[in-house]
Ligand binder design. Structure first.
Ligand SMILES: [Zn+2]
Ligand SMILES: [Zn+2]
Length: 506
């Protein structure tokens, strides 16, 4: 593998190997890249008048097996009106041009910064193409290009920095389809056509959601459009998601963007695990979709049939599916995912209950079951970013808002003598220890709370908004999971909480 700097010198370019006088570039390191990320190559040089109205090629060599290349570019001399335009070529073809409008770009097989072509990243000689529309006589414009590479697929973020730095509760929809699979919307003539990604994203933004996952079936074709749209939708996080759709069940994957081989031929975990293992390795999460749906000719492949999932394989279950709500008229019909979720919880796994509209038509009016945002999953996140979402789902501090409101809240915490935890957390309690559960409900004026101890229901009236509901419980020294749901006065399910896990005392 040849060093990019040496290659430049060999080609006789003017190089500035000394530290650049105008200082280090100050643009933030992307959120998906650790702050101390080390560039694979740093290419430096100086543009002078001899480059005026010329294109300079700055070569670098990519090794085999690169899955993403990311370039950060900066240059000086702007006070003297020096301008450097930017483009890129791989060993075989031109990969894009951003002129003077970008100082960063990223390319992978599935997605690329607008203006650049996604696709394979061949090993060999690449060239940054620097166009110089202006550099004055006697002026010097030092430049620096930092090249970062990934050699293995990983969680991808379409945003460089958090869309919102504040920790808090964020509301989103984790399941919907565009025209990259079977999502429809109305054409200009009113025909039902394959829905372009931007229409689905716009419909979600109109619902005021904080994040969405567009989860087209098996394909990775929507990721490039999502990267292109994220910049314009700077209040709504676009999560990388897809619905891995097999003959033995559907599941959403959040985080990775590389191809996952869905062609599993057996409901036996070991033979089906290839893609689930890949997601785990890449740091993404798996959610089992509409797990109680029937299979067979009624809904081919819909019900979840892959049994004996080892702990850590699945991080979430879609217990409320908007499509199932629309068909059964109920958020907690036996066809929803509660049964499988409880089974996993009873087996000792910590798995987060989430909801998703499973929208297939972006034009369905808001609030109707199956419309984008109905239901909504509300997640406590340290900020509004892809990694914070993944960590938030893993933490289990999340609830489902069946009607997709903007104001209903459910938070639960538990405390015993010397420890305290929130939804998704574990509390260690010795036999005889008293545990206080506090359930905070907002946006529901009257109704009831179902307190579920290992799924067994204890019902009591919900206090009016702003007041807390307290339940005292004495530990029997065994493991349990305890969660709470909120119902309207007519019994309709409104909010679904996640468990607090009680573990044996150390
Ligand atoms: Zn499905
Ligand atoms: Zn779906």
């Amino acid at each position: 593998m040849r060093n990019g700097i040496a290659s430049l010198a060999a080609l006789g370019f003017i190089l500035s190997l000394a530290p650049l006088a105008w200082g280090k570039p100050t643009e933030p390191v992307p959120q998906e890249m650790p702050k101390d990320a080390v560039p694979y190559r740093t290419l430096t040089g100086t543009i002078t008048r001899s480059d005026y109205e010329h294109y300079r090629q700055v070569p670098f060599d990519l090794p085999q097996g690169v899955t993403r290349v990311t370039i950060r570019f900066s240059y000086g001399g702007k006070d003297q009106k020096s301008v450097i335009d930017l483009g890129l070529a791989d060993p075989e073809r031109f990969r894009g041009w951003s002129g003077g409008s970008r100082d960063r770009m990223t390319l992978s097989i599935e997605d690329a910064t607008p203006g650049y072509l996604p696709g394979p990243l061949p090993a060999g000689r690449w060239n940054l193409i620097l166009g110089v529309p202006n550099v004055r006589e006697g002026a010097e414009a030092p430049f620096e290009a930092r090249i970062f590479i990934d050699r293995a697929p990983a969680v991808t973020a379409f945003e460089d920095d958090p869309l919102n730095d504040a920790p808090g509760w964020y509301r989103g929809d984790l399941h919907m389809h565009s025209g990259n699979s079977d999502g429809k919307c109305a054409s200009q003539k009113g025909e039902k056509v394959s829905c372009p990604v931007y229409r689905t994203v716009e419909a979600a933004a109109a619902r005021g959601l904080d994040f969405i996952a567009l989860t087209d079936h098996n394909t990775t074709a929507h990721f490039d459009a999502l990267r292109g749209l994220q910049g314009a939708f700077d209040k709504m996080l676009l999560l990388p998601g897809r619905e891995v759709t097999t003959f033995f069940g559907h599941s959403n994957v959040f985080g990775p963007t590389d191809f996952l081989d869905f062609r599993t031929l057996s409901p036996t975990y070991g033979e089906s695990a290839k893609w689930m293992d890949a997601v785990k390795k890449e740091g993404g999460i798996v959610s089992l979709n509409h797990a109680g749906a029937p299979s067979g000719e009624i809904c081919m492949g819909c019900g979840w049939r892959i049994a004996d999932l080892p702990p850590g394989t699945v991080q979430a279950v879609e217990v409320v599916n908007g499509g199932t709500m629309a068909e059964t008229g109920s958020a907690d019909s036996p066809l929803q995912g509660f049964g499988l979720w409880r089974k996993l919880l009873d087996s000792g796994q910590h798995v987060t209950a989430i909801g998703g509209s499973d929208n297939h038509n972006a034009d369905i009016p808001a609030v109707r079951p199956g419309a984008i945002g109905t239901p909504t999953t509300v997640v406590y996140m340290r900020n509004l970013s892809t990694q914070a979402f993944i960590d938030g789902i893993r933490s289990g501090r999340a609830f489902i808002d069946i009607d997709g409101t903007r104001d209903r809240m459910l938070d639960i915490w538990a405390e015993s003598e010397n420890n305290k935890t929130t939804m998704g957390g574990t509390l260690f309690a010795c036999r005889g220890a008293s545990v206080k559960f506090v359930m905070s409900v907002k946006g529901v004026s009257t109704g009831t709370i179902d307190l579920l101890i290992d799924g067994e229901k204890h019902q009591f009236p919900a206090n009016p908004e702003g007041r807390e509901n307290v339940f005292d419980w004495e530990s029997d020294g065994a493991r349990h999971w305890i969660s709470a749901n909120v119902r309207a006065h007519d019994g309709r399910l409104l909010l679904v909480g996640n468990p607090i896990y009680i573990d044996v005392c150390p």
